[in-house]
Design a protein. Structure first.
Length: 254
């Protein structure tokens, strides 16, 4: 009996140790699986963070670079205007160069606005990393977008509206353009009269409205001044840390 009891006791002890070992192994397996899942989740989170960081950088960099390229083009356009196109337009409009300065001023303002917008994106990249400033970020981006829209309007008036007065393929003849926008051919006077009647209901600010040169000069001069003032306020806000931005920009240029 003693030998049998000892044998059975030994068997029970071994069985308990085996169950304990299997439990430890099972727990280790679960722990390993948990660790593997945790590592995979961490790796995925790192990949998402890296993707977001890259996308964010790309968003700001592409706009920074685009405005930088546009700034350089505006400066080149201004130089071309002053060295080649101003004299041609002066001859076509019978206008001295001193009275054409407003176009060079508009091109200079475009270049300056591009420079400002370029650095607003650099500012935004470093400034808007904290989610607690999300509301201010959204407000700033709204006014940044309005600034871009204001600039694009000025750019349109310099690049597109001027084409009715001077073209790259002009050979210096006056038959294409004159001071009041009328055609010198008597056979076309009736057609021009109809055009003017159709345009009479349009605002001078309308992109499709045909203007005489004096109207164009007045509109472009005014738009340049409005754009300059808008961007000066934007720069002042940036320099002031964007304090009170909503109050100062409650009224934006149309």
């Amino acid at each position: 009996m003693c030998i049998r009891d000892r044998y059975e006791h030994r068997v029970e002890t071994l069985e308990r140790e085996l169950r304990r070992a299997e439990a430890v192994k099972e727990a280790a397996t679960k722990t390993e699986a948990t660790l593997r899942e945790t590592r995979e989740a961490l790796d995925e989170a790192k990949r998402e963070a890296a993707k977001h960081s890259l996308e964010r950088y790309t968003h700001y960099y592409e706009r920074w670079a685009a405005h930088g390229a546009s700034q350089r083009k505006a400066l080149a356009d201004r130089e071309e205007w002053e060295t080649r196109k101003a004299r041609r337009l002066g001859d076509l409009q019978n206008t001295p160069p001193s009275q054409l300065r407003f176009i060079a001023d508009a091109l200079a303002q475009i270049a300056e606005c591009r420079r400002v917008l370029k650095w607003t994106y650099a500012h935004g990249y470093y400034r808007w990393q904290k989610k607690k400033e999300a509301a201010l970020k959204n407000l700033f981006e709204h006014f940044q977008g309005e600034a871009e829209a204001c600039l694009e309007k000025l750019h349109f008036w310099v690049e597109e509206k001027i084409k009715q007065f001077v073209h790259d393929d002009d050979d210096g003849d006056d038959e294409n353009v004159n001071d009041d926008g009328d055609d010198d051919d008597d056979g076309n006077n009736n057609g021009d009269s109809n055009d003017r009647s159709a345009d009479a209901s349009e605002s001078p600010q309308s992109p499709s409205k045909k203007l005489n040169f004096a109207e164009y000069r007045s509109m472009l001069t005014g738009l340049t001044a409005v754009t300059k003032g808008y961007f000066e306020r934007l720069v002042a806000e940036l320099e002031g840390g964007l304090e009170g931005i909503s109050a100062r920009y409650s009224a934006s240029p149309s």
